[in-house]
Design a protein around this ligand. Sequence first.
Ligand code: SF4
Length: 469
Amino acid sequence: MTQTQPPVHTAPATPEPAPTTALTGQPYEYRRHRLVEPDWTRFPGWRHVTRDQWESAQWQRVNCVKNIKQLRTLLGGTVDEHFYADLEADQRALATMSMLVPPQMINTMVPDAPPTTEALLADPIRRYMIPVASDRRTDWPSHPYATRDSLHEHDMWVAEGLTHRYPTKVLAELLSTCPQYCGHCTRMDLVGNSTPAVDKLKLTLKPVDRYDAHITYLKAHPGVRDVVVSGGDVANVPWRSLESYLMRLLEIETIRDIRLATKALMGLPQHWLQPDVVEGLERVARTAARRGVNLAIHTHVNHAQSLTPLVAKATQTALDVGVRDVRNQGVLMRGVNASTTDLLDLCFALQGEAGILPYYFYMCDMIPNAEHWRVPVWHAQQLQHDIMGYLPGYATPRIVCDVPFVGKRWVHMVTEYDRERGISYWTKNYRTSIESADLEALNKRYAYHDPIDTLPDTGQQWWRTHRDD
Ligand code: SF4
């Protein structure tokens, strides 16, 4: 057995005292929190894991937790049987994503102590990465208008995996897997393994044919200047294939922005620190710079607890090799981050400690069994109001609602809002690829729905009566 070495940092994250010049009595008091890699040896199953093992992407991938048995082995007796029964009930009937959590992410749950059942149940990372049945609502587990592909991305495919929704930009889904599966995944229709509740859509083309089809479409459509290269998560594309795809994009004169979508920058930073990946990223960044193309990484961090020195190191490495910017697109969720303090703590940690620009928070989409996570539009508007003025303006994130058939709208852009029934109405200023012949598309109003349990009694009663309308 390899000898145990201490982790990088073992001290718990303690906030620094507020400077004496700080204004007091503000709704939010800024304190600097330096990043800390929690001590993974507090988990019985990782008591003998060395720093070399921890920092190995391969070790992280091999030791991902994929099922209850592995979780039980890891946690030992720190968590009681009710928790596992709760988890099993969720996986059997409710979960839309299968379980896949890298050690790096598990280690950010209950970071200061061996996890007890109560602490684990209350933990914000656990609440979206390892959902249990008792988290979900029993009155309204799903909104009546929830759908598997709530943003209709599949309907807007112009080639397999290539969604053309906005006039000048496309989303390229290179594959349907990630190194980690998030319970609230908006692409639950396609991403990950099937669960008892969801039989997933499958990509059918060979990757090489899928990528060829994307490139052919983009060459034929010079009006598209911006490609979000996503999945799944690009960290699961073998590096040589990803580099080849990116270099082919960079050969298309009309492409001016490329954004790589990878939650793994946070969930598995070890991947982005592997020498072959770093060297390859540098080649791509150099080529992008030579051609005047903006190359950025977009990641997905939902809580300050997820940020550790390894995440900051992976981010800094990407910036050092020439990636122009690393930005965060979090998801707003009840029980995870839907408070002013949680959002500002996260944004200050992203901006001040990890080198990641707070960019967007999306409202959680209207997928099945997600009502316990979703917040109403008025709550998102209140949060947007309450986070203004603390961060630098350029680093103050916008909270957006991704309205079906519309796209991202800032939450204050709602044109009409029925608070009693929780229906907001939105307009748009472009046609999606499936509306090119619809002359009325820009004159219509498009609806988004608040979670019903947040409505006044009269509104909830209305939905009970009209449940099947
Ligand atoms: S990393 Fe992104 S695509 Fe993958 S499961 Fe999470 S939210 Fe979905």
